[in-house]
Design a protein around this ligand. Structure first.
Ligand SMILES: Cc1ncc(COP(=O)(O)O)c(C=O)c1O
Length: 358
């Protein structure tokens, strides 16, 4: 089966070099030298001030909500993965959905203000598929209303706005380094902030709130291990190559599919994009489902990212979000991964073409 993504694994000898270091020191977790190195390398690569590795992208969101002491209502996007809204609810806040805009599929900045109440404490949008939210307008709305901003940047590794990391926006940005992501540490994630005091707080929250025998605050276990960091150290130097390769895949798909009645997100001119996903929007849910089924019969597992629109999750009684619901009903993400054979792109495109013309 060809899946929507395939985890990149570096040559085993390269990973083994790091394993040797772990075996020499017997230091397997608790912020060892490999975690330290990866944190420093990531800060340099991304051009961000404070970055803390954590065990996954969901706990990164939870730590961010906790560190900003958010209460009450958080305005968020319905078009994202369930982790975005789950972390809000898990931290005892109430998600308030703001519909998305058509072009980027990110939260519609024009609709945020009307949702603000005296209970609102923050805005938590997602840079979905790695497309940056309208960070300027969101900042203006947040500043005017005294709100915090957390960006869920799970898909946005390496994305730049005006030559600077997209993670340099908001009070805190979070990332996922899950094995399905462009850059991965098997499981993992990070929290990023420009605010040194907030970084200190996150540092304590990540590991039980204490340093040796001195206890400062509440905390949880959100640490990552040396084994995960080793995978990250192998993968990080390859990221520029990963992005160029994915860009080629994106161009090839668009060429093959250009004459079909499909919608592709428009990549804004003023960003450096990471080509992490290849979402395609069909004319209807029915058409999308028939394509998905025929792809599956041919050994190709395209995925409904992102479905359902989060306001429609069974445990959420959300208001209607027509733009998000429409997108979620007819989207399919086609396979994109490093080392992908061009023939897969051709086969997938042929099946789509055949199915929607029939
Ligand atoms: C938008 C978004 N946020 C958060 C997460 C959670 O990340 P993790 O799986 O590392 O917990 C994901 C995972 O895919 C995601 O897509």
């Amino acid at each position: 089966m060809i899946n929507v993504t395939k985890t990149f694994l570096p040559p085993s000898e390269e990973y083994n070099e790091y394993l040797k270091k772990i075996w020499e020191t017997h230091w397997v977790t608790n912020q060892g030298q490999l975690c330290e190195k990866l944190e420093n390398d990531l800060k340099e690569f991304l051009g961000v001030k404070n970055l803390l590795l954590v065990s996954n992208g969901t706990i990164a969101l939870q730590l961010a909500i906790k560190a900003l002491d958010l209460k009450g209502e958080i305005i968020t996007t319905p078009y994202s993965y369930a982790a975005t809204v789950n972390s809000i609810i898990w931290e005892n806040c109430r998600p308030v959905f703001c519909d998305i805009e058509d072009k980027t599929f990110c939260i519609n900045p024009e609709k945020i203000e009307e949702l603000i109440t005296e209970k609102t404490s923050a805005i938590l949008p997602t840079h979905v598929y790695g497309f940056p939210c309208d960070t300027d307008r969101i900042k203006k709305t947040a500043d005017k209303n005294g709100l915090k901003v957390i960006y869920d940047g799970a898909h946005a590794f390496g994305v730049k706005l005006n030559d600077s990391s997209v993670f340099n926006h908001g009070d805190i940005s979070t990332i996922s380094f899950h094995a399905t992501k462009l850059f991965h540490t098997i499981e993992g994630g990070a929290v990023i902030t420009e605010d040194d005091k907030l970084a200190e707080k996150l540092f304590l929250y990540r590991a039980f709130g204490h340093l040796d025998d001195d206890y400062y605050s509440i905390g949880i276990n959100a640490r990552t291990s040396e084994f995960n960091a080793a995978m990250g150290l192998c993968n990080l130097p390859r990221v520029p190559g990963f992005i160029s390769e994915r860009k080629k895949i994106n161009i090839l798909y668009k060429n093959f599919l250009k004459d079909l009645p499909l919608v592709f997100p428009v990549i804004p001119d003023d960003i450096f994009y990471n080509y992490s996903y290849f979402p395609v929007f069909f004319r209807s849910e029915k058409e999308m489902i028939s394509v998905k089924e025929i792809l599956f019969e041919n050994g190709i597992n395209a995925r409904r990212y992102f479905y359902p629109s989060l306001n429609r999750l069974p445990f959420i009684n959300g208001p209607e979000c027509p733009a998000s619901e429409k997108s979620a009903s007819c989207v399919l993400c086609l396979p994109v991964f490093n080392g992908m054979d061009e023939k897969i792109i051709e086969t997938v495109s042929e099946i789509i073409s055949r199915t929607i013309k029939s």
